[in-house]
Design a protein around this ligand. Structure first.
Ligand code: CUA
Length: 420
């Protein structure tokens, strides 16, 4: 943007007007193109049926606005030119009202508004119905993360396939999203796939979204919900139908790998499952589920495929390649100055410290808060924390079912690297 340095300090109303115009243009550009982390977020993405419908409606509204603007401007200009009286000194002609004109001035806007209403209702009628054939995904919002579960994808032991903060869906077909919430109102919003939907406690709202383009899409919580509202992001990974089937089959058959005896992963698993009673460290399993293990906690995000995930802390950190997960120096602008590996360590150690409002217990002995109540955290050594991290990283889907591999991050030229 061009900044003028030769301007006098202070600035009058004219300058204020200039700046408000610049701000408007900048806002518009951000609105239309992209925000955050270089990912392409586009409300007008025509790959989604929802956006095509709304785009058509918007075109009508914009076209009518242009016609009204041009029409009113032309009439105004004509009237001012034709009836100007400034050359005469005599008093202007006096008259009372113009009934015919007034009727027109009321009738035309009424017709326009009614026309737009009809178009809006038609769009709603097209967007709201949900087909019984659509595959269902339940999106549960919580402070401050998402859980995506697949009610029809049952697994051995009676639960269903679920994944935290990363939603995998097939491309090219409608998916019925049920939004709901664990605590306060959140907003499910993946702009490339459609508009926002509120996630409301004890209310289940269903709507259909789709995308014709496989790829990775950015999602955000769109409803102010607390301290880490801005840290409540998610990814949508849309896969070609056959790849989605491969993922889903593997996810349903998934049993968390058993670590080798004596390995770091095994030590980590034991802490994960049992905690450490002598230091007050609570078992991770009491809040998190890992498919195929006794861990069935429901109050935290599902960790079954944690090792296959490429995001941490509901999108606070991203590591798109196996190499990035191993890096120990943080990328520029990385939250808290952590690389993903450091972030995982610090996360386990004291999650409320790295993510405001997180209610996960701390493991460095410090106090943490749950619903305003101060709790005393247990302790784990740095080595034990690394063991837990190693166990979590080992929770991977089989190679062919890695939904990230080869997926294109939409709006960038990058394709996500292979299985770790
Ligand atoms: Cu959840 Cu904002």
């Amino acid at each position: 943007m061009n900044t003028k340095h030769d301007r006098k300090p202070g600035g009058g109303p004219q300058q204020t007007r200039l700046w408000s115009r610049v701000a408007l243009i900048a806002l518009g550009a951000a609105f239309l193109s992209s925000c955050g982390q270089g990912q392409f977020i586009y409300l007008g993405d025509q790959a989604a049926a929802y956006n095509r419908e709304i785009g058509g409606l918007a075109l009508w509204a914009i076209a009518l606005s242009i016609i009204i603007f041009v029409g009113v401007s032309a009439l105004l200009f004509y009237t001012v030119q034709k009836f100007r009286e400034d050359r005469n000194t005599a008093a202007p002609q006096q008259f009372h009202g113009n009934n015919k004109l007034e009727v027109w001035l009321i009738a035309v806007p009424v017709v326009l508004v009614l026309g737009l209403s009809v178009l809006s209702v038609r769009s709603l009628a097209r967007l709201n119905p949900v087909s019984k054939q659509s595959m269902g995904i339940e999106a549960l919002g919580a402070q401050f993360w998402w859980n995506f579960s697949y009610p029809a994808a049952t697994v051995q032991g009676g639960s269903v396939v679920a994944n935290g903060n990363e939603m995998v869906m097939p491309a090219g077909e409608k998916v019925a999203i049920t939004t709901t919430s664990r605590d306060v109102i959140h907003g499910f919003w993946a702009p490339n796939l459609g508009g926002q939907r509120a996630s409301i406690p004890s209310v289940k709202k269903v709507w259909e979204i789709d995308t014709q383009r496989p790829g990775v899409y950015q999602g955000n919580c769109s409803q102010l919900c607390g301290a880490s509202h801005a840290n409540m992001r998610f990814k949508v990974v849309a896969l070609e139908p056959d790849r989605f089937k491969t993922f889903m089959d593997a996810a349903q058959a998934y049993v968390a790998p058993t670590p080798a005896p004596g390995s770091a992963e095994e030590r980590g698993m034991n802490i994960f499952m049992q905690g450490k009673a002598d230091t007050g460290a609570i078992a991770c399993a009491s809040c998190h589920r890992v498919q195929g293990t006794p861990a069935g906690g429901q109050s935290g995000p599902d960790l079954s495929f944690f090792g296959s995930r490429r995001t941490l802390g509901a999108g606070m950190w991203e590591a798109m390649t196996p190499q990035q997960w191993e890096e120990t120096t943080a990328a520029k602008n990385s939250p808290r100055g952590f690389s993903p590996k450091q972030a995982l360590h610090e996360w386990i150690k004291n999650s409320p410290e790295v993510k405001p409002g997180s209610i996960m217990p701390s493991y460095d002995g410090s106090n943490y808060k749950v619903n305003g109540k101060v709790m005393k955290g247990g302790t784990l050594t740095d080595q034990e924390i690394d063991d837990v991290a190693a166990y979590l990283r080992s929770l991977q889907l089989p190679e062919g079912a890695d939904y990230w591999q080869g997926s294109t991050v939409v709006g960038t030229n990058s394709t996500v690297g292979g299985t770790q």
